[in-house]
Design a protein. Structure first.
Length: 282
DNA sequence: CGACTTTGACCCGCGC
DNA sequence: GCGCGGGTCAAAGTCG
């Protein structure tokens, strides 16, 4: 990644657990109720950035045919392939690749194909390790420094074929013990068996190692306009009502707080299967 | 040797 | 139009 920094203000806001300025009174009431409930049950849940840009349709800039080929194909096209001059040839091929990539993108733009964003959701986890084991295999494809934060953001893609789920992992700069994991998209396959050799020992699924987490999970959706839990759950592709779809290895007993009995109104959207005794405690 | 990580370069969209 | 920042690509390096 380049040394360019990424604004950490967003992270600051994300780390502000008491944020609910944009909620209506009813939503705020629900929100407060949820907070109260969650605080007592050690599970924290909150909205993040309801006005965030994630998933928001962006106006596409008009395609301008002015991308210059003067220093690439046009220029290179006039040169002769001087046999042993393989370096030159390689350079030409590289340039050609770049140009064709650019042309592809512009062609897509012309066809009105906007870069589409899958719904996203994020959750915060207290953890010593950045990349929490979630049962899927991920390949890191990028990392960027976060502005005003000493911690970089890492970009991962699911390694399964035809599955373009991505996740971003970053540490909250206000609370370095908190890891913010943002998922984008939904897996189109079952979670592969986790290779015990390759998985990090710190995140192995043994309950003993689960002590690295404090069971505090914070869910959010970056989609704008999401202002109640049901919408949030929907936008999360059902994550909240079925977190194991996304976090198969964090199913009970590892995430016991994510269980709730039926018929508890709002709560069941988020905590679908909590035991009666848990509710009684409230 | 394949899978994965690292990292500089690049592209795109947005705000000014 | 320009600069900035988020996100992605892809070559090179590393590891088992």
């Amino acid at each position: 990644m380049s040394g360019r920094e990424v604004d950490g203000d967003e992270l600051s806001r994300r780390c502000d657990f008491s944020f609910h300025d944009d909620l209506s009174p009813t939503q705020r009431e629900r929100h407060d109720f949820m907070r109260e409930f969650l605080d007592e049950s050690t599970l924290t849940m909150d909205y993040l950035l309801p006005g965030g840009d994630h998933g928001a349709a962006r106006a596409s800039t008009p395609v301008t045919p002015n991308f210059s080929m003067s220093s690439t194909s046009a220029e290179l096209g006039g040169e002769e392939d001087s046999g042993p001059c393989s370096k030159k040839k390689e350079k030409m091929e590289e340039e050609d690749k770049k140009v064709s990539r650019r042309i592809n993108r512009q062609a897509k733009q012309k066809l009105g194909e906007k870069r589409q964003r899958e719904p996203r959701f994020a959750f915060m986890t207290k953890s010593k390790v950045d990349n929490l084991e979630d049962g899927y295999r991920w390949r890191k494809y990028g990392q960027k420094a976060v502005k005003n934060s000493g911690y970089p953001r890492s970009y991962y893609r699911c390694t399964a074929q035809k599955c373009n789920v991505k996740k971003m992992v970053e540490r909250c700069h206000r609370d370095p013990t908190t890891v913010i994991t943002t998922y984008e998209g939904k897996h189109n396959h079952h979670s592969p068996a986790v290779n015990p050799i390759r998985s990090s020992p710190a995140v192995a699924l043994a309950p003993a190692n689960f002590g690295h987490f404090d069971h505090r999970v914070m869910c959010s959706s970056g989609n704008s306009g999401i202002n109640d839990m049901h919408q949030l759950n929907t936008a999360c592709g059902g994550f909240l009502s079925n977190p194991s779809t996304y976090l198969p290895s964090l199913t009970p007993p590892y995430l016991p707080q994510l269980q709730v009995p039926a018929d508890h109104g709002l709560l069941q959207d988020i905590l679908p299967r909590m035991s009666h005794s848990d509710i009684k405690r409230l």
